[in-house]
Structures are given as structure tokens and as C-alpha cells.
Design a protein around this ligand. Structure first.
Ligand code: 5GP
Length: 129
């Protein structure tokens, strides 16, 4: 499989349906760790740490990435971060964790349906790669 960077550079940044729509509709399986009417959180298929969860809005509403955010998205953007905290607690990440939103080719975004990465279970480094 291509590296994350190769996948990101190959991805076409548009508002077409993505693999995440299929995950929301349960057309392809995923390990869901949190779900309500607004968001879905599931384990990343290619984890970068012992805990690696992707948190997405169920309705994309044009929010392919953070750079497409409009004022109407403020509530869901805040809620995605709140759910990251809830799931981190659920996962037992008491010693800390990292929350990441990749945006665009330079940000290594490969799926154009906004998502928050919750990464933890090991010591992180800074600066990131
Ligand atoms: P991005 O690179 O866009 O920030 O993050 C997309 C993430 O989605 C990647 O970490 C990738 O491993 C994950 N991903 C892509 N396809 C699937 C899939 O079919 N199932 C799951 N669980 N994760 C996926």
C-alpha cells in the first residue's frame, strides 16, 4: 500500500463521496468506538500509534477539509473536538494524546471528508514530520 504521503498526494481534493460515506452507511466495516446522531468515531485502518481513532461528522455539508470551514460549521467543528476528548477518556489516555486535522496536499490529507485524528498510547514527538 502507498505511504500516507503518497496517498495524500494522489488524492483529489473535491466534494465527491469518499470511503468515509461508506463507513457511515456501514457498507464497509469499521471498528466504531463512538457514535451518535452527529458524529462517528472509528479505529484508523493504518494506525500510527497504539490508539488511533478517526472522528468524522456524519453530514459533510461541504466540509471536505478545515480550509473549507464556514461560520455554519462552527458547532460541528467544536463538537468534533469535544468528542475527541470524550473518546480519549474512554480509551484511557490519561497521560495525554494528540489531536490532528490534516488539510490539503501539504497537510497530507488523503480523504476529503473532514476528520479529526485522535492519536495516543505512546510518547509523541515534536516537531511532527
Ligand atoms: P488523512 O490522511 O486524510 O488525514 O486521514 C485519513 C485516514 O483515514 C488515514 O489515517 C487512513 O489510514 C484512514 N482510512 C482510510 N481508509 C480507511 C478505511 O477504509 N477504514 C478505516 N478504518 N480507516 C481508513
Amino acid at each position: 500500500m502507498a505511504s500516507e504521503k503518497e496517498a495524500a498526494l494522489a488524492a483529489v481534493p473535491n466534494d465527491s463521496p469518499t470511503i468515509f460515506d461508506k463507513i457511515i452507511k456501514k457498507e464497509i466495516p469499521s471498528t466504531v468506538v463512538f457514535e451518535d446522531e452527529k458524529v462517528l468515531a472509528f479505529r484508523d485502518i493504518n494506525p500510527q500509534a497504539p490508539t488511533h481513532i478517526v472522528i468524522i461528522p456524519k453530514v459533510k455539508d461541504g466540509l471536505t477539509g478545515l480550509s473549507k470551514a464556514e461560520e455554519r460549521h462552527v458547532e460541528i467543528l467544536g463538537y468534533l473536538l469535544y468528542v475527541a476528548k470524550v473518546v480519549a477518556k474512554q480509551e484511557g489516555l490519561e497521560d495525554g494524546y494528540r489531536v490532528v486535522i490534516n488539510d490539503g496536499p501539504n497537510g497530507c490529507q488523503s480523504v476529503y471528508h473532514i476528520h479529526v485524528h485522535l492519536i495516543g498510547g505512546r510518547q509523541m514527538n515534536w516537531p511532527p514530520g
